[in-house]
Design a protein around this ligand. Structure first.
Ligand code: NDP
Length: 490
């Protein structure tokens, strides 16, 4: 039977689901079959206006709610999400095609972690007191950590629920309101989040969802009532959004693409290194921004690494119905993304990389691409330079530490990086030298909410998660307090 994922309405504005069939139709396609499973409508200008107006009005009241109470609502939402994890995971699977075995543990669950974490911090978002000399009774200053106002969140399609939560949780904890625009490819998860936040007691207007493509995003970004934009997306979109935000001198967080290095020294635990390369290239069918898609391996273990990787792919990959919990490898999100990845595979072959395994579209409905491994990849090849955002791993050779660091850093991107070695000093030296915002030693792609996440160079700026995120959803006001007389020259 064809799955049905039709939501109550396309948008969630001012505390309620809202529909306006005048908006252009937006079909939601189940990537495992190519079938339409829901029809939504893009937001009309009137609905965008309603969302921004209600967010502005609600924000002022929300900022006056004590942090403890704001936090309690977010924590309640986290509890509801956990209680409904299976239903939410099913929706995420239908929206993205990712296997249920993944969505059950990585999507709504990670969103709940963010709501709980920032809910816990909400009462502790404070400024500091700065003594200015003169002993007790002397002048001092203090700072107020104020919310920014109305924030706009714009999401990518790979982790729709997680992205919505990673933006909403710190924004709301700090006393901001948010208008969130999901990717038009995956509009469903954010609507569920909005429903749950309101069920948990969030006042109407504090979190709104409007659907639409990039043009709806651009209207939100340009609106003078908006104080901050947090985007998860590609570098080209990031450049456009950052430029538009600059016009209005707005705050931004940019979580953009990457081409991250995973460096495996010959003293590494081979089995763990292979596991990390699998996680960092094939989880979510490779559609993860921080993936270690340039796998640098030292020659002494290269053939053993490739052999073990090949064996594990052959014996372990279960491609199939993502709703079946035996499946561990799902389709790509869309026909378009599948074709992009196939284009890169052809380029890899043309430019002389050695295709070790995969490389073809699977012979089944939907957008399935075989897990693909290239070896003998060199730095100039297109597949080693450009983000593919699909299940395509490039294995490159390297000889020594200095060389691999230089080559790892020779990229416009700087999102993430990882190193596998049993030599602890080397591990710390290498991550210190990597030009990347997020790094891992002897593991890969773990992103707990406690740890700040984000990139450097073209991969973005600002950080999500951790205490660092609070700085990106608040601004500091300084207050100088004069305790004595005022000296003036005349
Ligand atoms: P896109 O850049 O195509 O889109 C991202 C979002 O921006 C979408 O909601 C899109 O709308 C919207 N958008 C597009 N143009 C504009 C515009 N001019 N103004 C405002 N909004 C706009 O990225 P994808 O959705 O294809 O996601 C994949 C990319 O995201 C990859 O590069 C990946 O690396 C990156 N990513 C980064 C992560 C990180 O944390 N660093 C995490 C996950 C992904 P629509 O698509 O609906 O038209």
């Amino acid at each position: 039977m064809k799955p049905n994922a039709q939501p109550t309405a396309s948008h969630f504005i001012n505390g309620a689901p809202v529909e306006d069939p005048a908006g252009a139709p937006l079909d939601v396609i189940y990537p495992a079959t190519g079938e339409v499973i829901a029809r939504l409508h893009e937001a009309t200008p009137a609905l965008i206006e309603e969302a921004l107006e209600s967010a502005g009005a609600a924000q002022r009241e929300w900022a006056a709610v004590p942090g403890r109470e704001r936090g309690r609502i977010l924590i309640r939402a986290a509890e509801i999400i956990r209680a409904r994890n299976r239903d939410l995971s099913r929706i995420e699977t239908l929206d993205t095609g990712k296997p249920l075995t993944e969505t059950l543990v990585a999507d709504a669950a990670s969103g709940a972690d963010a709501l709980e974490y920032f809910g816990g911090l909400a009462a502790s978002i404070t400024g500091e007191q700065i003594p200015l000399g003169g002993g007790p009774g002397g002048d001092f200053a203090y700072t107020l950590r104020e919310p920014l106002g109305v924030c706009v969140g714009i999401g990518a399609w790979n982790y729709p629920t997680q992205i919505a939560c990673w933006k909403a949780a710190p924004a709301l904890a700090c006393g901001n309101a948010m208008v969130f625009k999901p990717s038009e490819t995956t509009p469903l998860g954010a609507l569920k989040l909005a429903e749950i936040l309101h069920e948990a007691g969030l006042p109407a207007g504090v979190f709104n969802v409007v659907q639409g493509a990039g043009d709806v995003g651009a209207v939100l970004v340009r609106d003078p009532r908006v104080a901050k934009i947090s985007l998860t997306g590609s570098v080209p979109t990031g450049r456009k959004v950052y430029a538009m935000a600059a016009e209005g001198m707005k705050h931004v967080t940019m979580e953009l693409g990457g081409k991250s290095p995973l460096i495996i020294f010959d003293d590494a635990d081979l089995e763990d290194a292979v596991s990390a390369a699998i996680l960092g290239n094939f989880y979510s069918s490779g559609q993860i921004c921080s993936n270690g898609t340039r796998v640098f391996v030292q020659p002494a273990i290269k053939e053993a690494f490739l052999a073990r990787l090949g064996e594990r792919i052959k014996a372990g990959v279960v491609m199939g119905d993502p709703l079946d919990e035996a499946t561990n490898f799902g389709p790509m999100v869309s026909e378009g993304q599948l074709r992009l990845a196939l284009g890169y595979i052809h380029k890899g072959i043309e430019e002389g990389a050695r295709l070790v395994t995969g490389g073809r579209r699977a012979d089944r409905p939907g957008f399935f691409l075989e897990p693909t491994v290239f070896a003998d990849v060199t730095d100039e090849m297109t597949i080693a330079r450009e983000e593919i955002f699909g299940p395509v791993m490039s294995v490159l050779d390297f000889n020594d530490e200095a060389e691999v660091i230089a080559r790892a850093n020779a990229s416009e991107y700087g999102l993430a990086g990882g190193v596998f070695t049993r030599d602890l000093s080397r591990a710390h030296r290498v991550v210190a030298a990597l030009e990347a915002g997020t790094t891992w030693i002897n593991t890969y792609n773990l992103t707990p909410v406690e740890m700040p996440f984000g990139g450097v160079k073209a991969s973005g700026l600002g950080r999500e998660n951790g205490r660092a995120a609070i700085e990106h959803y608040t601004q500091v006001k300084s207050v100088y307090v004069g305790m004595g007389g005022v000296d003036a020259p005349f």
